[in-house]
Design a protein around this ligand. Structure first.
Ligand code: PGA
Length: 275
């Protein structure tokens, strides 16, 4: 029995060593491909109805989990129009359940109206609204405690990349999350280089894979091997139907967070990038 088990282990090690880069390791990783659409502050009732119609009538890859990040005011409207199997995310939520926080919404409220996800730490929240690593991590912890799933965003600016600080920056951002998050099961990390967001300058598949592999190693060294193997890491930044397929082939890219293209019919092709 023991010999047989050893043989199976050796064979699977050999298989990974020899085939993992060629045959799309992430398909074998057990991590379900996950594509988020981040509508940001875009859309109105008419255009949202149109996008939801497209998503309802198109054949969506059942092996891809789809989540739509919708402006707060239209969440309930979108929930009623989206297919049931498409998840719904708030684009932000505060770190407590309720109280005197004018203009904020809470994870409890998101859950109440049928959202099951929240996007946190987006670079626009960090840069424009001056959210700190610590505040974002506190929000993530509270959202998870309330039973929401979290898309936790990270990413370096162009200046940081050019100074050779990409790994340092994403490690710092991950570290802040790790100080608050105890259970990573309901977390997806979105690696979004700031210089690629909304600029049309996508990271090349190799550039993205390099950072994703670094993050995988960081998780293994700092959290656990299990979390490293199971946590999904999305790439975000000018993903389009034209570049999604190549990016999706990379072994550590487990999906996308898509801004501009998620407002267009081509989002369907991005969802189906693995087909
Ligand atoms: P983009 O945005 O696809 O328009 O670059 C991505 C994001 O901000 O999540």
């Amino acid at each position: 029995m023991k010999v047989r088990r050893r043989l199976v282990q050796q064979t699977s090690r050999w298989f990974y060593a020899n085939f993992s880069t060629d045959c799309n390791e992430s398909n074998m990783s057990g991590r379900k491909f996950c594509v988020g659409g981040n509508w940001k502050m875009n859309g109105d009732q008419k255009s949202i109805a149109d996008i939801c119609k497209t998503l309802s009538s198109a054949p969506l890859d059942p092996n891809t989990e789809v989540v739509i990040g919708c402006p707060a005011i239209y969440l309930m409207y979108a929930r009623n129009l989206l297919p049931c199997e498409v998840g719904l995310a708030g684009q932000n939520a505060y770190k407590v359940e309720k109280g005197a926080f004018t203009g904020e919404i809470s994870p409890a409220m998101l859950k109440d109206i049928g959202a099951d996800w929240v996007i946190l730490g987006h670079s626009e929240r960090r840069a424009i609204f001056k959210e700190s690593d610590e505040l974002i991590a506190e929000k993530a912890q509270h959202a998870l405690d309330q039973g929401l799933k979290v898309i936790a965003c990270i990413g370096e600016t162009l200046e940081e990349r050019e100074a050779g600080k990409t790994n340092e920056v994403v490690a710092r951002q991950m570290c802040a999350y790790a100080q608050k998050i105890k259970d990573w099961q309901n977390v997806v990390v979105a690696y979004e280089p700031v210089w690629a967001i909304g600029t049309g300058k996508t990271a090349t598949p190799d550039q993205a894979q390099e950072v994703h592999a670094f993050l995988r190693q960081w998780l293994s060294d700092n959290i656990s091997k299990d979390v490293s193997a199971s946590l999904r890491i999305q790439y975000g930044g000018s993903v389009t139907a034209a570049n999604a397929k190549e990016l999706a082939k990379k072994p550590d890219i487990d999906g996308f967070l898509v801004g501009g293209a998620s407002l267009k019919p081509e989002f369907v092709e991005i969802i189906n990038a693995r087909q």
